[in-house]
Design a protein around this ligand. Structure first.
Ligand code: ARG
Length: 259
């Protein structure tokens, strides 16, 4: 995770970002700290990446790389405003002993568009990550990549529309209208028992959640997901990240998972 010390909305690269809306920086920091402390209280280890001035979106740490079985596929950002973040992430991995690390050739925004299950590397495309990055990820990780077409600019990254609840069991939740009709059909075929989200919860970025296989940390406004999650045996853990919603992200966007 990377603290939102330099978080601002000074440009707009997704429909959630309105530079005329003020950001309450102390509140953003307090909300971020609450999430970090929540992870720690649940027994998870949280490493902190130093934020850099001039990179206001760096708080969205999920975009900096994808890590599977200790192998790191670095990111290459679609927008120049964020391009400086990629090297900061790569430096962190190097400094922390990750040897198997590549700088990608094609644009990919890390876990924003890559989601890992036991069987698949689910990969979003349409707004940010290049379809060419899917082949690159498949070659690097040796895992079958499944490309999914995102069609609604509000759900510009895969992780705004789909969340892996239990990687081992290939269990996911997702919001169908964020995907093309063909990708919706693919998702129904692969995940017939998935939790299908409704619009109000998707609009609260409820799919932008992090699950450890039992606890599901998600935006508190996505209350419509709590009941269905409990019915499936998960424990919803609501968190308040409203200030970071102003940049177009929530729980998952600010969390890079070290697999
Ligand atoms: N403002 C950032 C952007 O548009 C938000 C990134 C959100 N991250 C994510 N994993 N969806 O790039």
């Amino acid at each position: 995770m990377c603290p939102p010390e330099h978080f601002r909305v000074t440009y707009s690269i997704n429909p959630w970002m309105d530079p005329s809306k003020p950001v309450d920086l102390p509140l953003a920091l307090a909300q971020w700290e609450q999430l970090r402390d929540r992870y720690r209280a649940l027994g998870h280890t949280v490493h902190v990446l130093d934020p850099l001035p001039g990179l206001p979106d760096m708080v969205y740490a999920a975009n900096g790389a994808t890590v599977v079985e200790g192998r790191v596929l670095g990111a290459r950002f679609a927008h120049r405003e964020r391009s400086g973040e990629a090297a900061a992430h790569r430096d962190w991995y190097r400094a922390h002993g990750y040897r198997d690390l590549v700088e990608p050739e094609h644009i990919n925004e890390g876990e924003g568009d890559f989601a890992v299950t036991a069987s698949w590397l689910l990969a979003g495309r349409g707004f940010r990550s290049s379809p060419l990055s899917h082949g690159e990820a498949q070659e690097f990780f040796g895992r079958p990549v499944l490309g999914l077409d995102l069609v609604d600019p509000r759900y510009y990254h895969l992780d705004t529309a789909l969340c892996v609840l239990d990687a081992e069991r290939d269990d996911v939740m997702y919001y169908p209208p964020a995907f093309s009709p063909g990708s919706q059909a693919v998702l129904r075929r692969l995940f017939p028992d998935a939790l299908v989200a409704e619009e109000p919860d998707a609009l609260a970025l409820g799919l932008n959640a992090v699950s450890d296989g039992h606890h599901v940390l998600l935006p508190q406004a996505a209350a419509g997901l709590f009941g269905p999650l409990r019915e499936r045996g998960y424990e919803p853990v609501p968190v308040d990240l409203t200030e970071l919603l102003k940049g177009g992200g929530s729980v998952k966007c600010v969390t890079a998972e070290l697999r």
